[in-house]
Design a protein around this ligand. Sequence first.
Ligand code: ADP
Ligand code: MG
Length: 251
Amino acid sequence: MRDLRVRFGGLQAVDGATFDVGQGSMTALIGPNGAGKTTVFNLLTGFIRADSGVVRFAGHDIFRERPDRIARLGLVRTFQLTKVLSKMTVLDNVMLAAPDQPGARLDRAVFRRSWRTREDEVRAEALELLEEVGIATHAGAYAATLSGGQKKLLELARALMTRPRLVLLDEPMAGVNPTLGRRLLDYLGRLRAERGLTILFVEHDMETVMGASDDVIVMAEGAVISRGTPDHVRTDPRVIDAYLGAEPTHA
Ligand SMILES: Nc1ncnc2c1ncn2[C@@H]1O[C@H](COP(=O)(O)OP(=O)(O)O)[C@@H](O)[C@H]1O
Ligand SMILES: [Mg+2]
């Protein structure tokens, strides 16, 4: 994305932000509260229309593109799929996110594989994902019965079920216990290694950021103020200033 801008009334929430995320990387997006991180995610995934700028993804111009088109290109964010369907089971929530792969349709036509077979495959994959994100024991429960942290994990499973190329995770560890959080990061690391999944995640805990990513983008007041290795950004005076000058967190 280049020189992305959006204004909400009198507030320039994103003010000429520019960065790129390399294919197959795991990049952390950090910055004080109100820096514009979530808004950037909204802009990239089409939930909010930017005023100006350039956004390209995997060779496509996706500036002001529709959210469903962007998702179909393989760019998804957890928030986009957040609306867990409360009156549906956890397992059904994940199964519903499965892409209707053209390959599956072709299989059915050519090899006369039954719909049932496809459904079994989807179920198996969904259960495996639930296992990986640590909520498999809740597969049969209504999504409404999950805790806040567990709902986040369900959202993650739903996002991954779409087989994205780039996943944007907005504070994925918030409300998740540290042991499970570490397991999640390991799992994301494996998806990255095995499938070439690209990950951009917002995270407040610096220790987590340091452990999980070798590339950090720092935003403040709607723009990117630093970029580099965790050690580089941690000692960058601009970053220290931005955090010191930030409003205290009210969350
Ligand atoms: N839909 C919106 N309408 C008006 N202001 C918004 C909206 N979304 C975010 N903002 C404001 O834009 C700024 C950036 O917010 P946000 O992107 O959520 O920051 P971050 O995720 O970095 O904490 C904040 O001042 C926030 O209050
Ligand atoms: Mg945010």
